[in-house]
Design a protein around this ligand. Structure first.
Ligand code: DX5
Ligand code: ZN
Length: 223
């Protein structure tokens, strides 16, 4: 069980301090948005490069951008430890995922809430992490979409059938009142923005989320 706090809900003028405020995080989740793939604009490569110098916590880059085939490799080259591209945006996902791995990054593949997992079963051998969005991407602080739970369960089953170690990440509306549902369905990496950086004690919020996830066994069965 891993917790990846999203700095989207942090103070962008104090990113190094905000990273230091969560020493118990497994990852720092960095949401790159281009105002095309999603209707919001956040940050890009120069800030990721600065963050990589400012913290020892591994960086989990979530690219909500058009043309990730063109832009994603630079994040891996910069040293991001995990780089996730979206199924809805990638035109050559196999090539891009292989490039990310060859550059030493973990290769992540993300699906929006309305995108089915089954058409991508054949891609499981190319990825280190599957990200299932539990809100429509673009903004922090949205309400968790329960409709994604059966897909989390299905993804866990497909991953089991495939074998190997593929992490299953959920992102959007993950908080103390929703994380157990995700863990129960088979998620094992939890992104939380407002639930961590909106808390008075972000470090304690992570400990609490981790405790809830770890005390909820997955019931996703084999096929
Ligand atoms: C949304 C981003 C998320 C966001 C989650 O598009 O991908 O990472 O920061 O924020 P919360 O946890 O507040 O829903
Ligand atoms: Zn994200």
């Amino acid at each position: 069980m891993q917790i990846s706090p999203s700095i989207l809900s942090a103070d962008f003028a104090r990113l190094a301090d905000e990273a230091a405020a969560v020493p118990n995080a497994d990852w720092l989740h960095v949401d790159v948005m281009d105002n095309h793939f999603v209707p919001n604009l956040t940050l890009g490569l120069p800030i990721v490069e600065s963050l990589l110098r400012a913290t020892a916590t591994p960086i989990d880059c979530h690219l909500m951008i058009e043309d990730p085939d063109r832009w994603a490799p630079a994040y891996a080259e910069a040293g991001a430890h995990s780089v996730t591209i979206h199924a809805e945006a990638a035109k050559a996902p196999v090539r891009t995922l292989r490039t990310l791995r060859s550059l030493g990054a973990r290769a992540g593949f993300a699906l929006n809430p309305a995108t089915a997992i089954d058409p991508y079963e054949g891609l499981l051998g190319e990825i280190d992490m599957l990200l299932l969005m539990t809100v429509e991407p673009g903004f922090g602080g949205q309400r968790f979409l329960d409709m994604v739970l059966p897909k989390i369960r299905r993804a866990r089953e497909l991953i089991r059938r495939h074998g190997g170690e593929i992490w299953l990440q959920v992102d959007g509306g993950v908080a103390a009142d929703t994380i157990e549902r995700c863990a129960e369905a088979g998620a094992d990496v939890f992104v939380a923005g407002s639930a961590v950086y909106g808390a008075s004690d972000p470090r304690a919020a992570i400990d609490h989320l981790r405790h809830l996830a770890e005390s909820t066994p997955s019931t996703a069965g084999a096929i």
